[in-house]
Ligand binder design. Structure first.
Ligand code: NOJ
Length: 412
């Protein structure tokens, strides 16, 4: 089979903090500018997408895509607790209008890792009132923008703190993390710096699942009539050895969120690589494996494995909301996409209800603590001039999108 189902969504994704630039009221901006910090560089202007979104959306459409996944920045919409910025919400209205004018279906994420500074200062997700605060923000956004939205997710990868727990102990600079959090708290005059990445996984899971369901309710009450889901971070978890705790890891890291997604309109699957799970933690990739700029194994087959894992647990439709590879060798990106999409087609052939593929990312952008070094973009960005350069992989995936089928020959 080479055809994708009619109405399949084809898109590329970004996230506000990673592309907009100057997200100065966010908790991450604080972390990027203190000393010591784990961030290799600050985000600064990013891709200046706050200003250049009309061109970026137009480019996406010209390439052949029909969907744009982007996030709304809470730190802009609610710059001070309880004070909402109409101007910020109007900005996102203009982004949504630009999507519609270009024939693009928008998929909006309400929370993609970054929070307002005041939210971190009050302790973040570990504080019980965080739930009501998020629901209030979601309701405001829904009221202001809902009529223009077709798909929305509450959270992007809310299971990440649980996933990070499994990292090999040698890869977690615990002392540095603690020092950074302490300095950040002092910088904003708080006792604790309540940032999503630094939060307690168990507490965050329970609170954010509850917040997801409540926010979903608020969004479904209108205006507009759109699908609401959640995007979960998945890996192709493979047992390494007879005493591997692979199943325990999956039960802890994935299943609670998959069951939450199952009570929503759809599940967003985000998958990049496979992981070998040992007795105590994840193991590094085997010697000789091809490694990407993220330190991940080049493993496009992860997508099929993750869709199948999710499908055993959810009955709702699945959209791939992220999949991609960080590399400077764009031919490897083409190869990655080709093999990942082959896996998607295998799933569809087996009757799994996959309805879209959204690539990470539209642009080379700010990859959190790793700064601008990993390059996931279909489109390169010269950050001195903000010039966009389309990579061959963008044309390859764009043509697949345009024809809604696999193409036999990727460009040389
Ligand atoms: C997951 C995150 O949602 C996104 O922000 C990140 O840049 C990509 N994966 C790549 O690591």
């Amino acid at each position: 089979m080479v055809h994708f189902p009619n109405g399949f969504l084809w898109g590329a994704a970004t996230a506000a903090h990673q592309v907009e630039g100057n997200n100065i009221n966010s908790d991450l901006w604080v972390l990027e500018h203190i000393e010591p910090t784990l961030f290799v560089e600050p985000s600064l202007d990013a891709c200046d997408h706050l200003r250049l979104y009309p061109e970026d959306i137009k480019l996406l459409a010209q390439l052949g895509f029909n969907t744009y996944r982007f996030s709304i920045e809470w730190a802009r919409v609610e710059p001070e607790r309880g004070h909402f910025s109409t101007a910020a919400m109007e900005h996102y209205r203009r982004v949504l209008v630009a999507c519609h004018e270009n024939g693009i279906t928008p998929m909006v994420t309400l929370y993609h890792f970054s929070s307002p500074r005041w939210f971190a200062a009050m302790g973040g997700w570990e504080r019980p009132e965080s739930l009501e605060l998020f629901v209030r923000y979601a309701a405001r956004v829904a009221r202001h923008l809902g009529d223009l939205v077709q798909f929305a997710t509450t959270f992007n990868e809310p299971n990440l703190p649980m996933q990070l727990r499994w990292l090999p102990i040698t890869e977690v600079p615990i002392v540095k993390v603690k020092r950074m959090a302490k300095v950040a708290a002092r910088a904003i005059g708080a006792d604790k710096f309540g940032c999503f990445f630094l939060g307690n996984g168990d507490v965050l899971r329970d609170r954010m699942i509850a917040a997801h369901h409540r926010a979903l309710e608020a969004m479904k009450s209108g205006p507009g009539n759109y699908q609401v889901g959640v995007s979960v971070s998945l890996q192709d978890e493979q047992p390494a050895g007879a005493d591997s705790r692979r199943n325990q890891k999956c039960a802890e890291v994935y299943d609670p969120w998959l069951y939450a997604a199952d009570k929503s309109d759809f599940l967003g699957v985000q998958a990049y690589t496979r992981c070998r799970v040992g007795k105590r933690s994840d193991l590094s990739p085997e010697p000789g494996a091809e490694i990407t700029q993220m330190g991940y194994e080049f493993w496009p087959e992860a997508l099929e494995a993750c869709i199948r894992y999710a499908n055993e647990r959810v009955k709702v439709p699945i959209y791939i909301t992220e999949n991609g590879v960080a590399t400077d060798d764009d031919e490897r990106r083409v190869e990655y996409v080709r093999r990942a999409l082959g896996g998607v087609l295998n799933c569809i052939t087996d009757g799994i209800d996959v309805r879209g593929y959204i690539h990470w990312s539209l642009l080379d952008n700010f990859e959190w603590i790793m700064g601008y070094r990993p390059r996931f973009g279909l489109v390169a960005v010269d950050r001195a001039t903000q010039t966009r350069s389309v990579k061959p992989s963008a044309h390859y995936l764009g043509e697949i999108a345009r024809h809604n089928r696999m193409l036999p020959n990727p460009p040389a």
